[in-house]
Design a protein around this ligand. Structure first.
Ligand code: PLP
Ligand code: KYN
Length: 418
């Protein structure tokens, strides 16, 4: 259905099968929140959960809660709840640490597997994209410098360069499934197969995919994956992240952060590290239980729908946004950075403009929340659990008004966090 009026958007919202889920989130009246790709909205249930955890589990029951409230098992319990959203099997995911730290573990483990196999031990290149989220590149840099075994990072400039870049020297292909800036969505199955053809392993960062687009890690035969819980999964600011290690790699999964939570018998207090056989070997130390506990409220909401329904609405929202911006802002110098093709589009849309930062600030002042990314990019996230078609319509009306009347301050000071 092509939505050509605000009324039509309101009708589409009423017909939307996800419409009722919006009520489960705390969203200020009048705010149009298009930044769930950076920090997801708060489920009402999270407030109740926080109250319970702080009041009863921590407040009353104190240390007993490690057993009675299931604190110790929480990383694996949440991992199992998250698994179906990313095409993982039970006992392949734990929620723990940060995306950066989980990347460290995954890269270290992958390089270790490659180095121990005489057929792949000579491989020295880690391929990633220059447009990857910086922490991914930085973590790979940190490991290669630390290992000092001649690994080097090859930054490719565009997804089209992947096929010609992967070769017999490639140890690892490490990509973010949906690019944080452009919203480009890689074909996970195809890229993984290309890596495997050359004996390379493939690590996927699902920060902008988990809860945003359907992901089929096992079907794609991926090697490892990480991702964060504070964006589309609505787990709260700085919520612990996740790591996926498929059953086929678990026995060989060895990373250097060998803390006691990854030990086979953590309370045996032995003098040597012995990795636990399953996915919990990806853990390191004590988890931030209060933050971890908040993640469940976000995940619970996904049980009321499925990723295909979310995807269908996400594409309808991003289609509408692109069409409307290109229609009503046609006289302005906006350049669409996000792929038009559904096949390669995630759940956010980015436009380039000379005064992008100032325009985003003007939108934020009107309670239309998007964000700015270098260089000169306005980024808008569409989260089908709570973004409505009317939100999209109204956001574009604000954008065109700001552009038409130049209601932005070109000399505005930058905030630390953009
Ligand atoms: C692709 C990607 N990876 C990683 C991160 C962040 O990692 P961390 O949670 O460790 O800061 C982000 C966003 O912050 C991201 O977009
Ligand atoms: N963790 C954050 C802390 C502060 C500000 C932004 C973030 C983000 O998550 C940014 C996001 N990864 C991005 O795609 O730009």
């Amino acid at each position: 259905m092509r939505l050509t009026s605000r009324n039509a958007c309101q009708t589409a919202d009423q017909l939307d099968s996800l419409h009722d889920l919006r009520k489960e989130f705390r969203l200020a009246d009048g705010m149009i929140y298009l930044d769930g790709n950076s920090l997801g909205a708060q489920p009402h249930a999270a407030m109740r959960k926080a109250q319970h955890v702080i009041e009863n589990e921590w407040g009353n029951d104190l240390i007993k809660s490690w057993n009675t409230a299931g604190w110790f098992d929480l990383p694996s319990r949440l991992g199992n709840q998250l698994a179906p959203l990313i095409g993982a099997d039970p006992n392949e995911v734990v929620v723990t640490d940060t995306t950066s730290i989980n990347l460290f573990k995954a890269i270290a483990a992958a390089l270790d597997i490659q180095a121990r196999d005489p057929a792949t031990a000579h491989k020295k290149t880690i391929i990633t994209e220059s447009s990857n989220f910086p922490t991914d590149i930085y973590m790979a840099e940190g490991i290669t410098r630390w290992l000092d075994r001649g690994y080097h990072i090859q930054l490719i400039e565009s997804p089209e360069d992947l096929a010609t870049s992967i070769n017999d020297d490639t140890a690892l292909v490490m990509l973010t499934h949906v690019n944080y800036r452009s919203g480009y969505l890689h074909d996970m199955q195809y890229v993984t197969a290309q890596a495997h053809q050359h004996g390379a392993m493939c690590i996927w960062d699902l920060a902008h995919s988990a809860g945003a687009v359907p992901v089929e890690l096992n079907k794609a035969n991926a090697d490892f994956a990480v991702g964060c819980c504070y964006k589309y999964l609505n787990g709260g600011p700085g919520a612990p992240a996740f790591i996926w290690v498929p059953h086929r790699h678990q026995a060989q999964f060895a990373h250097p952060l060998t803390g006691w939570w990854g030990h086979a018998a953590p309370f045996a207090m032995q003098t040597h590290f012995e990795a636990t056989p399953g996915i919990r070997r990806a853990l390191c130390g004590t988890q931030p239980i209060v933050s971890l506990a908040m993640i469940e409220s976000g995940l619970d909401l996904f049980a009321r729908t499925n990723m295909q329904t979310i995807r269908d609405k996400s594409l309808a929202l991003t289609d509408l946004f692109i069409q409307r911006v290109e229609h009503v802002c046609a006289s302005h110098q906006l350049e669409l950075v996000t792929p038009r093709s559904h096949q390669h589009r995630g759940s956010h849309v980015s436009f380039k403009h000379e005064h992008a930062y100032a325009i985003i600030q003007a939108l934020i002042a009107r309670q239309v929340i998007g964000d700015y990314r270098e260089p000169g990019i306005m980024r808008f996230g569409f989260t089908p659990l709570y973004t409505s078609f009317t939100d999209v319509w109204d956001a574009v009306e604000h954008l065109s008004d700001i552009l038409d009347k130049q209601l932005y301050d070109k000399n505005i000071q930058r905030n630390v966090v953009t």
